[in-house]
Design a protein around this ligand. Sequence first.
Ligand code: HEC
Ligand code: HEC
Ligand code: HEC
Ligand code: HEC
Length: 396
Amino acid sequence: MKAKFILFTSVIIILVSFYFLNGNTLTQQSQKKQSEQVLPKNPMQGRIVFEQKGCIDCHAVNGYGGKTAPDFGTHNFFGSNYDLISAMWNHSPEMLKQMNLKNIDKQDFSPKDFQNLGFFLRFLPYLGSSGNASKGKELFNKMSCSSCHSVGKTNSNKINLNKIGANASPIYLAQVMWNHASIMQKTQKQSGIKVPVFRDNEFADLSSYIESVSATSRKEKIYMSPGNPLKGEKLFKSKKCFYCHEEKHIGPELTKFNFNKSVTEIAGMMWNHASNMDAAMTRNKISYPEFKNNEMSNLISYLYFKNENQIKGSTEEGRKLISQKGCISCHSAGNSYNSPAINKIGPFQTSDEFFSNLWNHLPMMEKTSFANGKSLPKLLPSDVKSLYLYFNRKER
Ligand code: HEC
Ligand code: HEC
Ligand code: HEC
Ligand code: HEC
């Protein structure tokens, strides 16, 4: 009994220290230079901040939560942190007004809070909306899946897909199809069947149809985790995607792509190009990468988050914006607004630190603007990046 207890406690201690070790890696990463983009391990963690900081009082997530502000559902993509910051900043006057009206205290953020919140809000549309089984049924026939496959009732001439139906995540269907793409697409071409092209939510629709009619027990649904971009980054190298897409330029540079799409849409892009990629792999003596467990989900979440460099910005532009946007009128040395001089602000190491600082000071900035008949200037995502790069420098 005692030995068991010791074993139990040591397992807990190991687990707990694991947690903290991982936490530390994140802090170390956020201290890295801004050019090295920080990736989340679990983007869903920020849900806690979203609730704790009261965002949920006004904003819903897919219908769950407050109804007085935009829903962070499926189509509101904030591709990068800069997009999100720009949206929050531009809408802040109205948000602050609503908070006042509703007697909700605006809460301060730590950089870590904002980092987690940002990952979470940016991840939501990526998860996609659930599929529509009746559309899926139509697609199953229209895409000729039904000429080679059965689902529900078995048919000895066709490959049955019931086992796929036990898995409730559409990305699972995409993963299995990717693994079989080579043979499937060859068979399709040989049988004169057009290789299906996936768009929009079609993977989810098909998956939802297969799930709804497959003969597997409904109780034991398997869910894939939504994705761990840190693990995805490793897969991007080990599966040779990096080799072709970034190093040798055999395929298009994916880190420059606009992946403001749901996970299954991105999987669709991979499927649509699978046969050309397969051919390129054969030419380059690279074996076709297959995915197991959560791998495809991890890989695609990495592609999704790896986009910070798409927003253009520069220190020089930031310096100009300080006057163009009227920041300097309140932040000049010896100003009468009780605000710190530009060269006394920062430096901030990450955009999360920059924005949490801005956010925490927003009510005072607003009040000062109001009192002086000014309004807060609007900022584009590229403005946010330039300002951040500017404040990131010690010498100003
Ligand atoms: C008191 C209600 C209220 C609270 C609390 C609140 N918001 Fe808002 N938020 C709003 C309103 C209202 C708008 C729309 C403002 C407008 O139209 O200019 C908005 C807009 C936004 C937008 C822009 C949405 C878009 O589609 O571009 C973002 C991003 C946002 N809020 C994030 C947050 C976050 C993060 C929190 C929690 C820290 C939060 N909000 C808390 C009321 C609120
Ligand atoms: C021309 C025939 C053909 C068509 C059309 C076809 N497939 Fe397949 N499919 C195959 C073959 C052959 C395999 C087995 C490939 C292998 O063994 O690697 C397969 C394998 C699969 C698998 C993996 C099954 C498993 O148990 O591992 C899935 C899932 C799948 N197909 C789904 C689809 C869907 C969805 C469609 C329609 C969009 C479709 N297929 C269209 C021939 C076809
Ligand atoms: C042998 C080199 C090679 C490897 C390895 C490779 N790709 Fe590709 N990839 C290509 C080529 C070439 C294209 C363009 C194909 C075309 O034009 O249809 C492409 C296209 C794509 C596209 C579609 C882009 C678009 O225009 O819509 C995606 C997404 C993609 N690859 C992701 C990946 C991922 C993820 C991996 C790793 C699992 C990977 N690729 C591995 C060569 C490769
Ligand atoms: C109407 C006057 C006004 C304008 C315009 C203004 N600010 Fe401020 N700002 C303030 C005041 C006042 C504070 C101090 C708030 C406090 O102490 O809570 C402040 C604080 C800050 C802080 C936090 C400083 C710190 O570390 O303590 C940052 C960062 C900042 N402002 C950046 C900007 C930027 C960037 C712009 C232009 C886009 C801007 N401000 C425009 C009045 C203004």
